[in-house]
Ligand binder design. Structure first.
Ligand SMILES: [Zn+2]
Length: 371
């Protein structure tokens, strides 16, 4: 079968390759599910792996099948699989258990291991292929009503985890009634975050760099009642004069110096969620450390980091995709800006990923097989 692969840590090694089709017997205890891939999302992570920044091939292979944002249909099930039937739509989670205590209790998204097992990223093949085999434990069932947008579930699951952690942490307050939120970064993750916060009743303010009037991302925000400002025109800290301090801030820009600005923009008892993976060497010395420390201490403020997602966050995401369709019908489909027909057109997908601003791309995805 066809698959899109890279040679990890080798710049621009992406290619189409013929590999062996997996079988349900690859999965032990009769719990195997063979899934025919319908759609796979492509994102900055795939671009960075193809840039040679990270990525690890599975043991015994010198290549890695890319792809973690997936959507497919069950083609075959093992004898001990009762929760799925052939023809069901499914999405697979990404990280698999390693060896730490958290991995052993099914909370591998909180692993303390330094080696990760993540499909399409580290030590496990991904979903940019015609089929994959997986243990039924790592699949969630997708209602047919949301199949058109289900490829957004994996990125949404990251946000669901972030917001769940925030509400868990805020249980320290007997009552927390957040009203306003800022979302820093309005790419596909930022848009999904703004949407998720609107579903939860927040007044939401989005911030990005783009200043153009003709900015699709800003238009999409406006459609769901979210303001948009460019940080080239107003800093996050200065924006509080306009909007007030924020009860919750979700950071997903990939530009780490902005977090110090965000730390100064939180309301009392507020929570700042950091979700950008910044693998570079950037440093900043413009940090008013006394002021930030004082605000955090006297205002009981919180900042935490979040990565990956667990089964429950995928399940929360399914409900929010359905709720979003009910509240803002058709809005999520507008995020799916660039469809690539067939895995063989991978070069086009990477051209877009490498220059997403030029292409005005929000979400690039492969239609591996039409439904
Ligand atoms: Zn991704």
């Amino acid at each position: 079968m066809k698959a899109i692969t890279v040679k990890p840590k080798t710049k621009n090694s992406v290619r189409l390759q013929e590999i062996e089709k997996p079988e349900i017997s690859d999965i032990k205890d009769g719990r195997g599910v063979l899934v025919e891939v319908l759609r796979v999302g492509a994102c900055g992570t795939d671009r960075e792996i193809n840039d040679g920044e990270y990525g690890v091939a599975p043991k015994g292979f010198d290549f890695l099948v890319l792809g973690h944002e997936n959507f497919g249909r069950v083609a075959e099930i093992g004898e001990k699989v009762k929760e799925f039937a052939v023809g069901d739509y499914v999405v697979a989670s990404v990280r698999r258990p390693g060896h730490s205590f958290y991995d052993k209790i099914g909370e591998q998204d909180f692993t303390t291991d330094s080696k990760y097992y993540e499909r399409g990223i580290s030590r496990l093949h991904g979903f940019m292929a015609e089929f994959y085999a997986e243990n039924a434990d790592y699949l969630v069932k997708i209602p047919p009503a949301i199949k058109e947008i289900a490829v957004l579930l994996e990125p949404l699951s990251i946000i669901e985890k972030g917001l769940k952690q925030a509400s868990d942490i805020q249980e320290r307050l007997k009552i927390w009634r957040p009203k306003t939120a800022a979302v820093l970064g309005v790419g596909s993750v930022g848009l999904l975050t703004a949407m998720d916060l609107r579903l939860r009743g927040y007044e939401v303010h989005g911030f990005g760099k783009d200043t153009s009037d003709d900015y699709l991302n800003a238009k999409l925000l406006e459609e769901i009642g979210v303001t948009y400002d460019s940080t080239l025109e107003i800093s996050i800290a200065d924006s509080t004069e306009k909007y007030g301090e924020y009860d919750l801030i979700f950071e997903c820009t990939g530009y780490s110096p902005i977090i110090f600005d965000a730390m100064q923009s939180l309301n009392e008892n507020g929570v700042l969620i950091l979700a950008s993976v910044t693998g570079g060497e950037r440093k900043t010395d413009q940090v008013p450390s006394d002021k930030i420390n004082q605000k955090f201490v006297l205002g009981n403020r919180v900042m935490f980091g979040t990565v990956n997602a667990n089964r429950e966050h995928f399940e929360m995401g399914i409900k929010d995709l359905a709720l979003c369709e009910a509240m803002y019908q058709g809005w999520l489909s507008k995020m799916l800006t660039h469809k690539i027909e067939g895995l063989e057109n991978y070069e086009k997908a990477f051209d877009i990923l490498n220059d997403s601003a030029e292409y005005k791309a929000i979400k690039v995805y492969f239609e591996v097989k039409s439904d």
